[in-house]
Design a protein around this ligand. Sequence first.
Ligand SMILES: Nc1nc2c(ncn2[C@@H]2O[C@H](COP(=O)(O)OP(=O)(O)OP(=O)(O)O)[C@@H](O)[C@H]2O)c(=O)[nH]1
Ligand SMILES: [Mg+2]
Length: 311
Amino acid sequence: MTETESEKKTVPEEARRCGFVALIGAPNSGKSTLTNALVGAKVSIVTHKAQTTRGPVRGLALVDDAQIILVDTPGIFQPKRRLDRAMSQAAWDRAGDADIVALVIDAKRGLDAKVSPLIERLPRIKRPTIAILNKIDLVAKPDLLRLTHELSELGVFDQVFMISALTGDGIPDLKAFLAAAVPPGPWLFPEDQLSDASLRQTAAEITREKLFLRLHEELPYALTVETIVWKELKNGSIRIEQTIYVERESQRRIVLGAKGSMIKEIGAASRADIAEIVGVPVHLFLFVKVRERWGEDPERFREMGLDYPKG
Ligand SMILES: Nc1nc2c(ncn2[C@@H]2O[C@H](COP(=O)(O)OP(=O)(O)OP(=O)(O)O)[C@@H](O)[C@H]2O)c(=O)[nH]1
Ligand SMILES: [Mg+2]
C-alpha cells in the first residue's frame, strides 16, 4: 500500500464528503478531456470530432476527504436525429440531478451561438453553477480576461475558472474547489475505483474512439459498438468479441476497407489500448453488421446509457 492510500483509509466516515459534478457544454469544448484530467486516468474517450461522447460517463476523483463523481455528458447541440435528442436530453437530465453543474466553454470559441442558449437555460435547473473556460493554452491573456469578466457579469455563475484540460493548467485549483463544494456524506464508490463503467463498456468505447479517429464525414455518427463476448481464457488472456453496427452495406464496406485493411488497423489500435487497461493479453474480434435502423432501436440506446426518446 502506498502512503497516500493508507492516508485515504484514515478519513473517518463522519468527515467524508461526496457529490455529483455534471460537466455540460457544447460539443468539443473538452468535457471528456477535463473528466480524464480530474480523475487522473482515461475514463472517457476523446477525439477532435464533435459529438464523441454519447452516454453519460462517470469518473471518480478522491481528494482528501471528498469523493467527486464527475459526470461527463454528451455535448448539447440542435438535435436532428432521435439519437441526438437522447444525447442532449441526457446532458440536461444529469445536470438536473447534480450537486454542482459546471458549464465547460471553449475559450477559443468564446460565447458563441452554441454556448449562449445553454447559459440562458442554466438558471432553470436551479443548481449551484460554475463556468469553466477551457483551452486557455490557445487564447491570449487579454481576450481571456475579457471573457472571464463577461461571464462573471451575467450573474449566472458562482465562480469562473480558467483551465487547460490538455496541459493541466488550473486543474489543481478546480479540483480543490470541487472537493470543498460537494456536500458531506458517505463515499458512494470504493475508493480505488476510477469509473462506474464496466470493462465491457469501456472496451466498446475504445473501439468507437478508433473508428471516430479513422473514419470521416458522417460515418462515425452512423455506427455504434457493443461488446458481445468477454471471456477470460485459461492462459490468463481475454477473448473479446465486438459488433460494430452500421446503417448500410456501403458503410460496412468502408469500415472493412480494402481487403479488410481498415478494420484490421482499428482492431490493432483498440486491442493495444484495451490490453493496457486490463493488464493481460487481449484477443479482439470485430464484426461489422448492417442494421438499417439501429438509431430507432431502444435496445441500442440502453446499451449506450441513454433513454429512448418517444415521438
Ligand atoms: N488545445 C487544447 N485542446 C483541448 C483542450 N481540452 C480539450 N482539447 C481538445 O478538444 C477536442 C475535444 O475534446 P473532448 O474532450 O473530446 O471534448 P468534449 O467536450 O468531450 O466533446 P463531445 O464529447 O463531442 O461533446 C480534442 O481534440 C481535445 O484534445 C485544451 O485545454 N486545450
Ligand atoms: Mg466528450
